[in-house]
Design a protein around this ligand. Structure first.
Ligand SMILES: *Cc1c(COP(=O)(O)O)cnc(C)c1O
Length: 365
């Protein structure tokens, strides 16, 4: 038996330990913990890597979505279209600013937002759409932008799972009006705690987010609007700066591993998220779709292979969802019943992966 965890951050950190220790030590020595030069540097490094003019470091990916919505002036009475199969924060951000999330289904091949349904669900009150680049796979941005362009509907990309992904040669997160990143520790680029970033090419939106993350002021103690406290801190920025130079290689390795899974599992009775030819997914997670999910998960666990369900519920199936507001969402519901994430992380060895493939083949054949 070979033990294979779903992911293993400790392996990643063990090789970076001396650098991480030094970076954290320097912040402590400087005694400057909130914003400051480390935050300015990571904002410039991430935004330039993704080809976006402005990056504003914030406290989490969820706050990045909230601040993006607030900067666009979206609130009570407004509607925002979101996919029904995603992490709950995509929609809770909409509700937190007082707007109504309108769910549309995802496509059965990419698990990303179904653009035709977006067009069908747009109303006079629609102010924005939040496509999610789910599991690292880019949503279909060009048709989405065509649908929204004539109606002054903004696009906020939820890029929490897809830093480094590309859609038709463009980095995700920099294609719509605003992009939101999460640096939650297990994301492809993870901090040592909660952290996030708002990306935009629009100077006005950038300046609004900058004010909103610090009490609504530009000038200290002189709030010009109702802001909040949602800043990226220097320790997180310092940790991210140690990791950022490795992101490209890590994503490349994720793609290699995904490719090996796609080949190794090809002829089995399961489905996989299929990568479109015009995108470059960064495989935040490798998710398979099986009708006998519980049996497969149990068999893998018995052989030492860890799995997890992302996500066990579609958005409208949880208690926090407002009663009554959704239409038919069959693909999202089926994914919630059948999805299973199997181990994939850059430090995973080919030997571990071959073992996982072998166990799955034995169970499903
Ligand atoms: C992680 C995640 C978020 C929220 O990010 P946090 O940093 O955990 O607040 C939002 N959307 C998606 C799709 C995510 O995966």
């Amino acid at each position: 038996m070979i033990a294979v965890p779903l992911m293993d951050l400790r392996l990643q950190h063990s090789t970076l330990q001396p650098e991480l220790g030094r970076a954290v030590g320097e912040v402590i020595d400087s005694a400057g913990f909130i914003l400051g030069p480390q935050v300015g540097s990571i904002e410039r490094e991430v935004s330039s890597l993704l080809g976006v003019r402005h990056g504003i470091g914030v406290a989490s990916g969820t706050d990045a979505l909230v601040l993006a919505l607030r900067a666009l002036g979206i609130g009570s009475g407004d509607e925002v279209i979101v996919p029904a199969f995603t992490f709950f924060a995509t929609a809770s951000a909409v509700m937190l600013v007082g707007a109504s999330p309108i769910l549309v289904d995802v496509t059965p091949d990419t698990y990303c937002i179904d653009v035709e349904q977006v067009a069908a669900r747009m109303t006079e009150r629609t102010r924005a759409v939040i496509p999610v680049h789910l599991f690292g796979h880019p949503a279909d941005m060009d048709p989405l932008m065509e649908v929204t362009a004539s109606r002054r509907v903004a696009i906020i990309e939820d890029n929490a799972q897809a830093i480094g992904a590309e859609y038709r040669g463009r980095a995700t997160g920099g294609i719509g009006d605003v992009g939101c990143l999460s640096f939650y520790p297990t994301k492809n680029l993870g901090a040592g705690g909660d952290a996030g970033m708002v990306l935009t090419n629009d100077a006005e939106i950038a300046s609004m987010v900058q004010m909103l993350r610090t009490h609504g002021w530009k000038e200290k103690y002189f709030p010009e609007l109702l802001g909040q406290n949602s800043r990226l801190d220097a320790l997180q920025a310092a940790i991210l700066r140690v990791k950022l130079p490795h992101l490209r290689d890590w994503n490349e390795r994720r793609r290699d591993l995904a490719n090996r899974y796609q080949t190794g599992l090809r002829d089995l009775p399961l489905k996989m998220q299929s990568e479109r030819p015009d995108v470059r997914s960064v495989y935040h997670l490798f998710v398979v779709q099986v009708s006998e999910r519980e049996r497969l998960a149990a068999a893998l666990a018995a052989e030492g292979v860890e799995t997890a369900i992302y996500y066990p519920f579609a958005l409208h199936e949880v208690p926090a969802w407002p009663r009554g507001i959704h239409s038919d969402l069959p693909v999202a519901e089926q994914l919630a019943r059948e999805c299973l994430a199997i181990p994939l992380y850059p430090e995973m060895t080919n030997e571990q992966q071959d073992y996982v493939i072998d166990v799955i083949r034995r169970v499903l054949h």
